[in-house]
Design a protein around this ligand. Sequence first.
Ligand code: ASP
Ligand code: MG
Length: 408
Amino acid sequence: MALIVQKYGGTSVGNPERIRNVARRIASFQAQGHQVVVVVSAMSGETNRLIALAKEVQANPDPRELDMVMSTGEQVTIGLLAMALKGAGCEARSYTGGQVKVLTDSTFTKARILSIDEAKMRHDLDAGNVIVVAGFQGVDADGNITTLGRGGSDTSAVALAAALKADECQIYTDVDGVYTTDPRVVPEARKLETITFEEMLEMASLGSKVLQIRSVEFAGKYKVKLRVLSSFEDEGEGTLITVEEERNMEQPIISGIAFNRDEAKLTMLGVPDKPGVAYQILGAIAEANIDVDMIIQNVGHDGTTDVSFTVNRGDFAKATAILEGVKATLGAREITGDNKICKVSAVGVGMRSHPGVASQMFKALADEGINIKMISTSEIKISVVLDEKYLELAVRVLHRTFGLDQQV
Ligand code: ASP
Ligand code: MG
């Protein structure tokens, strides 16, 4: 007998029929002798609807009250799913985050989970119930309802699995696993049997939005066995997110090609080459709450240097305006920008033990005549910034170069 936490996303519980399907799936798990705790999201589109509604009343909604409104989406789903389970002959109980004491800090709209009291759930499970818990929500020490940030039900599920020491945390979604790259760009993309937590974090932060990043961090930290599966197919093992040691030994050096279209690049030319310059430029950007990704400073000559960095495309105009101000104070020469760029990355823990991956990547791009504008690397990732028009070509070429087209 295993204890399994299952999470169903908004699309999987998007209408009454789908809710009944999910209930049947859960009932069959329980019939196999497993204990099941289910975490659900709001029905698809519901959280967006609630946020829009709040904004109609107050243009910039008060965060505490917004959490009060947003958290109701999940409360509807847990009640409906518990009803469907009872209809399918399963004893079930629904609980809000507060009822199972998902204690969070008080950062409304992006609270962090501090602890969960698993005693009540365990008692109910032992009595033969399926437990249905509202994802995305918790309560702070004063009893205020909090939410965990968009996509936060994934983190709720992982946190519950950690608290209950569950055998596995299964995330049911509308894709059947994690792929080597986006199949819409490369039809040959394959589903991965396993991927490590580190690789998954890189893929997720690069725009592959299968799981909320925080849930992967949480699972890695607490060693929760995490699996992504399709809620629309009965077959298939999905993708297991695991530690490096348990990874399939046959796996290629590179696990996936990730990309992000949403990038823009800014450069300040002719900056005086003296201490504190990087801080003055990037400090001003950070103060405006703009996330900076890659940063490059050229070798100085004639007492000046150039500093380039990338930001989300949506922050391009704001960042440019801030740099204009800094340019005057610093006495820099010129600001240039480019918001038609993209980032393409090869990700794989295998590159730790295999030198030459970077040069293989650069050669493949050069052979296609693709110019690289910026490069950054980490232990398990090589990223390049390219002209946006090369995105599809670069992803396809790299997918092939690293042998990801082939079945292993
Ligand atoms: N319902 C929330 C959202 O749409 C949480 C989630 O779906 O995970 O962001
Ligand atoms: Mg989601």
